[in-house]
Design a protein around this ligand. Structure first.
Ligand code: NAD
Length: 443
């Protein structure tokens, strides 16, 4: 099939590369000319395991092409995927500027029937707005071309995006048109061979499904964090509690890991946007607002613990941070807990020495060169001369460490672990003070 993807970010690139890999003929369009020039050379601007190989392979066999010319893309694909960003607006609602820009551009350049497939995460009712935006442009052009708009939300997670796209639990398609359903079935047939993964529904339900999924996952995280904080106050160990509740199949072990709060480009903005939608619809969103509130508070916990461990004074201190990305296996630092920690440390006059296996360049891009930030190329070098260590991301490389070395290297024997990576006994045996999330020794 001929397929066009508008937006070459995490979702657009993974979708484009995966669909090309199963034999489709894919053109990826982006307004960012620098990004497109790099992609044409096979350089992938983001870190996503396996993505560079997949893109290079499919560029080589010419099933995947990149362009900054939308007209080329709109002429090419019967299916026109929209995979552009939908960042939060000032009031928390999703900003649809990019989505509607793509819709209008499609309206300007289409010369034949097209199916517009919205993969961006968008509020209920957006398909109608896309429909209207295209209709208005066609009217201005005095054209009466046929088109359909459907919703196909994406559930991949960064760090395992190719696996998720290729072997995801389901493929949701919001469209009641039999013709569109047939085309979407053809598009996704290679991923639906063992089991029919396609779930068809009306477009509004599909749009809501994506928000409901992310809100449910965020709720699990805020729930376990709240219980972790309670465990800490009561002298219980949340890791035992987690095992105890996760063993119940009605609860399960997924997404009940306590930590320093969720971040990333999706959960924070999607929970906010859904709460905003509920407020606008006059429906109470008590739970969603609470999920957000718990998460915001959770993000400050590392800072608060560290400040107390440093006897209230962080001025002039050097703090080592392991992990900058919002989660492992990605370089994405959008809304990462590490960012709120670093920004508060700088506001208090502390210096940061940070190490992340993949997010160094991204951190430089966000914060530039500054005297109170040193980005180490090695995990252990970040500890040298530091007063304490804080762990923000559970990268595999942080799991097995030499606690004696850490105790010898840090000026103060303090680890604040935002991901509960270690056994408290092992850490304490090396003479280190260990403060994790919900594991007693409350600070
Ligand atoms: P991103 O910011 O990484 O990429 C968006 C891309 O769109 C950028 O390269 C930008 O230059 C491009 N763009 C902007 N306007 C354009 C236009 N008019 N034409 C063509 N390209 C344009 O975003 P992302 O993380 O890939 O997310 C895209 C959407 O998918 C969002 O709605 C997001 O909520 C949703 N989503 C993201 C994830 C994730 O893990 N990142 C997972 C599921 C769903």
């Amino acid at each position: 099939m001929k397929i066009t993807i508008h937006g070459s970010g995490y979702v657009g690139l993974v979708t484009g590369a995966c669909l090309a890999d199963v034999g489709h003929d894919v053109v990826c369009v982006d307004v960012d000319q620098v990004k497109i020039a790099r992609l044409k050379r096979g350089e992938v601007p983001i870190h996503e395991p396996g993505l560079e190989d997949l893109i290079r392979y499919n560029l080589g066999n010419e099933r995947l092409r990149f362009t900054d010319d939308p007209q080329e893309g709109i002429e090419h694909g019967m299916l026109q995927f929209i995979a552009v960003g939908t960042p939060p607006d000032e009031d928390g609602s999703a900003d649809l500027t990019h989505v509607l820009n793509v819709a209008r551009t499609i309206g300007q350049h289409m010369t034949d029937y097209r199916v517009i497939v919205n993969k961006s995460t968008v509020p209920v009712g957006t398909a109608d707005r896309v429909n209207q935006a295209i209709s208005e442009v066609l009217e201005d052009r005095e054209e009466t071309l046929e088109f359909d708009v459907c919703s196909n939300p994406e559930f991949l997670k960064e760090g395992a995006a190719i696996e998720d796209f290729s072997r995801g639990a389901r493929i949701v398609v919001g469209s009641e048109s039999e013709h569109v359903q047939r085309l979407m079935r053809e598009c996704y047939a290679p991923y639906s061979r063992q089991k029919d993964k396609l779930i068809f529904m009306d477009v509004r339900s599909a749009e809501l499904t994506k928000y409901a999924a992310n809100a449910m996952l965020a709720t699990k995280i805020s729930f376990i964090n709240e219980i972790a904080n309670l465990a800490e106050s009561l002298g219980a160990d949340i890791e035992h509690v987690r095992h105890g509740i996760g063993s119940d199949p009605r609860i399960g072990y997924h997404f009940i890991y306590p930590g320093c709060g969720y971040g990333g480009s999706c959960f924070p903005k999607d929970v906010k946007a859904l709460a905003r939608t509920a407020d606008d619809a006059g429906t109470s969103a008590t739970l969603l607002h609470a999920v957000e509130e718990v998460n915001e508070a959770q993000k400050s916990r590392l800072f608060d613990k560290l400040k107390r461990a440093m006897h209230g004074n962080l001025k002039g201190r050097t703090i080592a941070i392991w992990g900058l990305a919002f989660k492992p296996n990605t370089d994405d630092m959008r809304e990462a807990p590490s960012r709120s920690l670093m920004e508060r440390l700088w506001a208090e006059g502390a210096r940061v020495q940070a190490y992340d296996p993949e997010a160094t360049a991204e951190c430089h891009r966000i914060y530039g060169e500054r005297p109170d930030l040193f980005l180490s190329r090695q995990r252990d070098a970040a500890l040298e001369g530091a007063d304490a260590l804080v762990i923000c991301t559970e990268w595999k490389a942080f799991r097995s460490v030499d606690f004696d070395y850490i105790a010898r290297t840090l000026n103060h024997p303090v680890i604040i672990d935002g991901r509960n990576l270690y056994s408290p006994e092992d850490v304490k045996r090396a003479g280190l003070d260990y403060y994790a999330i919900g594991r007693g020794d409350s600070l």
